[in-house]
Design a protein around this ligand. Structure first.
Ligand code: HEC
Length: 230
């Protein structure tokens, strides 16, 4: 187990860092586990730079965003940071409406400002919670430290843990959550996010790029629409 763990972390980190960006300005702040191969070390460094780089509009930032780097929110290594995201929606008797047509459920609090093209000028301002929302939730930014290990645990392990808990005591047994895996198009065990709705670090990273910074990527090709208006 001692030998396997560094390899597992490296695999997870390599997944985390595959952000499809080649910019390199800031050195990684986290240290890799010992014993990485050259390829794993390279992936770690590339990922660290993508994670800490401050993105501008030239690199695809906006038109809406919450901040300009992953580090800005996730810079605290041990414990959560003070950065808060706001989500909204409308709770009805028949269920929850994330009010996508009004820019929900995530508020992008900042915009890139005025943009002038041949067709005229557009002002991109940050979003606010619309009057139609009757549910507002804030989420504090968690630490990401060690999540490479979680990413590397195979689905069969989570299923086995849930089955063992069920056999021991059904009243307290945990259940695995099955989520959509964008890479395979199939369902996989959800491991990340408040609702365990994302199965891999790679998918969460692609989602965070587009949701928090407006940077499209191969997994997530549509930018958030300002207050739902594209
Ligand atoms: C504006 C602040 C902000 C920025 C910028 C941001 N995040 Fe997050 N991140 C959050 C918050 C808040 C959560 C918790 C909300 C949730 O899980 O739904 C979160 C959750 C996560 C998680 C899930 C953690 C877990 O324990 O399941 C991952 C992985 C993650 N972010 C990666 C990234 C990456 C990679 C970037 C950059 C591409 C990034 N984030 C940019 C605020 C931010």
């Amino acid at each position: 187990m001692r030998l396997i763990r560094p390899i597992l972390l490296a695999v997870g980190v390599a997944n985390l860092v595959a952000l499809h960006t080649t910019f390199a300005q800031v050195r990684p702040t986290a240290l890799p586990v010992p014993g990485l191969t050259r390829e794993q070390q390279y992936a770690f460094e590339q990922g660290g730079m993508a994670f800490s780089r401050i993105y501008g509009t030239a690199e695809g930032l906006g038109p809406l965003f919450n901040d300009q780097s992953c580090m800005a929110c996730h810079g605290v290594m041990a414990g959560s940071s003070n950065r808060i995201n706001t989500r909204f929606g409308r709770s009805e008797d028949h269920g929850f409406d994330p009010l996508v047509h009004l820019g929900g459920s995530l508020v992008q609090s900042r915009g890139i400002g005025s943009v002038t093209t041949a067709e005229g000028s557009v002002l991109f301002a940050g979003e606010s919670v619309p009057d139609q929302a009757n549910t507002v939730a804030v989420r504090r930014t968690p630490t990401l430290q060690g999540l490479g290990f979680v990413d590397a645990v195979p689905d069969s392990t989570w299923i086995a843990i849930a089955e063992a808990q069920l056999a021991a005591d059904p009243s307290t047994a945990g259940r695995v959550h099955r989520a959509f895996d964008a890479a395979t198009g199939a369902t996989a065990i959800g491991k990340f996010g408040w609702k365990a709705h994302v199965p891999t670090l790679r998918q969460f990273s692609g989602d965070a790029l587009v949701s928090e910074m407006g940077i499209t990527n191969p997994q997530f090709r549509d930018e958030p629409c300002p207050q739902g208006d594209c």
